[in-house]
Design a binder for this molecule. Structure first.
Ligand code: HEM
Ligand code: NAG
Ligand code: NAG
Ligand code: NAG
Ligand code: NAG
Ligand code: NAG
Length: 328
């Protein structure tokens, strides 16, 4: 009797520690080394092809990884189709783009190694490649994420930062996923490439229904250019570059712009110009504008941290066959 108890206790302990091992299993750099040895070459080639067709897609792919990781972790939930999915959450609808490119990458990867590589890992690698192919830094992407089974529209509406929020609210959303103030500023540097729609910054240009004054922190030439681009009668769908100095180049000019009042979104410019910035983000902006290597180093560190947000590993989730739907 006693023996059985001991034995039961022992095997329970073994099972428990094995479970812990799986549950805490880390992502690794060589996860697909034997199962999909050409993965990194395939993704790089497909991102390169997409960029040849449209340079902006690099920016769109980086943003997909970010919007994936902030909602239920990096598990490709943003890719799931459906009206109640994350695609139709406010921060994503008519905004998140690059889904067809992800489909193309997935198809190419599936034809080399079927049923092996997760859509979440594809997003992480495509984001890294997009940074590199835009002239930014490179890093080794850890792999082994699995794909989630649910999209979380409420999670996307609540968890993704809005360009109309103050620094404290944005920072709280980063802290909620294990990131900090350094990550807020370094990752905002992704706005060195890509575009934003008038609807997301025209509140800075006009005194809409007496709600607010035009934004005095914006540089005057940029201000009048954007007023012309975004008349209040328009539908707000035209776009302007987030970094008007070097539109498609991944560099630290985003931060130099902030020093000159040339941030596009309110959430960009407040990192330097707001009262709140004095005790929080301003010194980071100054250092990154001064020192491109420091920005690149911190950006890489923050991207790796972001890519590690609550991944599904072991036997959690699944490897989706089609990134848009869970396996039947
Ligand atoms: C700090 C809080 C952030 C806010 C409030 C914010 C907000 C926005 C907004 C409003 C847009 C334009 C969307 C549109 O026009 O439909 C945008 C674009 C973009 N964001 Fe952010 N963002 C933030 C952080 C980040 C982070 C952390 C990354 C990636 C690491 C990122 C990468 C991008 C990129 C690359 C684009 C351009 C996308 C394209 O051209 O398709 N952003 N962001
Ligand atoms: C969706 O995200 C919210 C956080 O905003 C979380 O509380 C909730 O558990 C998530 N739901 C699912 C089904 O993952
Ligand atoms: C900032 O967060 C607070 C508390 O969570 C909220 O009441 C407020 O509406 C937010 N501000 C903006 C501009 O989103
Ligand atoms: C944020 O975390 C990084 C480690 O990932 C650390 O080096 C940095 O000092 C932290 N920043 C702040 C403001 O605490
Ligand atoms: C903004 O509009 C409101 C009412 O339409 C007006 O009272 C206010 O003076 C305007 N502010 C500026 C700076 O034009
Ligand atoms: C912007 O364009 C999208 C289609 O890309 C459309 O669905 C949306 O209604 C447009 N926005 C406005 C305010 O017209």
């Amino acid at each position: 009797m006693k023996m059985t108890n001991y034995f039961t206790g022992y095997s329970w302990l073994v099972t428990l520690s094995m479970f812990c091992l799986i549950a805490s299993s880390q992502l690794t750099t060589d996860f697909y080394l034997s199962t999909c040895p050409n993965l990194l070459r395939i993704v790089r080639r497909e991102v390169q092809n997409a960029i040849k067709f449209e340079m902006r897609i690099a920016a769109s792919l980086i943003r997909l990884h970010f919007h994936d990781c902030f909602v239920n972790g990096c598990e490709a939930s943003i890719l799931l189709d459906g009206n109640d999915g994350e695609k139709f959450a406010f921060p994503n609808v008519n905004s998140a783009r690059g889904f067809e490119v992800v489909d193309n990458i997935k198809t190419a990867v599936e034809s080399a190694c079927s049923g092996i590589v997760s859509c979440a890992d594809i997003l992480a690698v495509a984001a890294r490649d997009s940074v590199v192919l835009s002239g930014g830094p490179s890093w080794t992407v850890v792999l082994g994420r699995r794909d989630g089974l649910v999209a979380n529209q409420t999670g996307a509406n609540n968890g993704l930062p809005s360009p109309f929020e103050p620094i404290s609210n944005i920072t709280a959303k980063f802290v909620a996923v294990g990131l900090n103030l350094t990550d807020v500023v370094a990752l905002s540097g992704a706005h060195t490439i890509g575009q934003a729609r008038c609807a997301l910054f025209s509140n800075r240009l006009f005194n809409f229904s007496g709600k607010g004054v035009p934004d005095s922190t914006m540089e005057t030439n940029m201000f009048s250019d954007l007023q012309k681009l975004c008349p209040p009668t328009d539908d707000g769908n035209k776009t302007a570059p987030l970094d008007r100095n070097s539109i498609d180049l991944f560099d630290n000019h985003y931060f130099k712009n902030l020093l000159n009042g040339k941030g596009l979104l309110s959430s960009d410019q407040i990192l330097f110009s707001s009262d709140e910035a004095l005790s929080t983000t301003k010194s980071f902006v100054q250092r990154y504008s001064d020192d491109s290597k420091l920005f690149f180093d911190d950006f890489v560190n923050s991207m790796i941290k972001m890519g590690n947000i609550s991944p599904l590993t072991g036997s959690s989730g699944q490897i989706r066959k089609n990134c848009r739907v869970i396996n039947s």
